[in-house]
Write a protein that binds this ligand. Structure first.
Ligand code: C5P
Length: 240
C-alpha cells in the first residue's frame, strides 16, 4: 500500500480525505470548496451534480486549481457503451471513476481507462440479503462483496469502494496494491445521527487498511467545515 514514504504507492495524509460534494448545484459546490481552501485536495462529484448542466465545468474548475477529482458516476450499461463513456471521461483529468462490479462492465471500463483509475462498487450498501435473494443471487452480501472485489482486480480495475466494516477482510484478500476507498465515515466525537448505518471512524478505517476515506455531511454540515476537515486529517495522520 502506501504507508512507506519511499514507496511509489505513498499517498500524503491530506490527499487521503475525499470530500463528497453532495450539493444540488455548482454554486454551492464552489462555495464549499472555497471555504475548505488549501486544506482539502480531493473531491467526489456524483450523480446529484451530474444531473445538472454544470458537471464538467465544475470538474474543470477543480482540476484547474490542482484539486483531484473522484467522478462517482457508478456506470452500468452494456460493455460497448461503458468503454465509450470511459474513453470520453479519461481525458477530463479525473483521478477516480466508479463502475458497478459486473465482470463485463469492469473489463470494458479497464480496457479504456488510460490514466483514470477505475473503482468497482461491489454491492450497494443499500442492499441486503433479501434484495440479493430477489435477484436470484444465493450468496450473502459479505461473500458477494468479496467475490466481486476479487473479480474487480482480476478484471483490471484499480480498486474497490468498501464500507469500513469490510476493509480489513478486503485488504487481506486483495493485497497491498489494490486501492480501497471507504465512505460512511464519522469522526470519533461525532454526534451526527443520519442514514449511514455501517459507519466507522477515520482512525479505524486506516488502521484496517483503507487508502482513502470519503466524508460528506460531517464536513459539509459542520459549523466550521475547514476546521472539521483539519481534525479528520489529523486523525488520519495519526493512524497511518
Ligand atoms: O454524507 P456522507 O459522509 O454520508 O457521504 C458519503 C458519500 O459517500 C455520499 O456521497 C454517498 O453517496 C457515498 N457513498 C456511501 N456509501 C456507499 C457508496 C457511496 O455513502 N456505499
Amino acid at each position: 500500500m502506501s504507508l512507506d514514504k519511499t514507496s511509489d504507492f505513498y499517498i500524503p495524509p491530506n490527499q487521503r480525505l475525499i470530500v463528497a460534494l453532495d450539493v444540488p448545484n455548482i454554486y454551492e459546490a464552489k462555495s464549499l470548496v472555497d471555504k475548505l481552501g488549501s486544506t482539502v485536495e480531493f473531491y467526489k462529484i456524483g450523480l446529484e451534480l451530474a444531473t445538472t448542466r454544470d458537471y464538467f465545468d465544475l470538474l474543470n474548475w477543480l482540476t484547474n486549481q490542482g484539486k483531484s477529482v473522484f467522478a462517482d458516476l457508478k456506470l452500468y450499461d452494456v460493455p460497448a457503451t461503458v468503454s465509450a463513456a470511459v474513453r470520453q471521461l479519461r481525458d477530463t483529468g479525473a483521478t477516480f471513476l466508479t463502475v458497478h462490479g459486473d465482470k463485463s462492465i469492469m473489463e470494458a471500463a479497464a480496457s479504456e481507462k488510460g490514466d483514470l483509475q477505475i473503482l468497482a462498487v461491489t454491492v450497494l450498501t443499500s442492499m441486503d440479503n433479501e434484495d440479493l435473494k430477489q435477484m436470484g443471487i444465493g450468496l450473502d452480501v459479505e461473500d458477494l462483496v468479496l467475490e466481486r472485489a476479487k473479480l474487480a482486480i482480476s478484471s483490471g480495475c484499480d480498486g474497490v469502494i468498501a464500507s469500513g466494516l469490510e476493509v480489513q477482510t478486503l485488504r487481506q484478500t486483495l493485497g497491498n496494491e489494490a486501492t480501497i476507498v471507504t465512505p460512511g465515515i464519522r469522526p470519533a466525537d461525532s454526534s451526527v445521527i443520519d442514514d449511514q448505518k455501517r459507519i466507522v471512524t477515520p482512525k479505524s478505517a486506516f488502521e484496517d487498511g483503507t487508502n482513502y476515506i470519503v466524508v460528506g455531511r460531517p464536513i459539509r454540515n459542520a459549523i466550521d467545515p475547514k476546521s472539521m476537515a483539519e481534525t479528520i486529517q489529523a486523525e488520519i495522520a495519526a493512524a497511518i
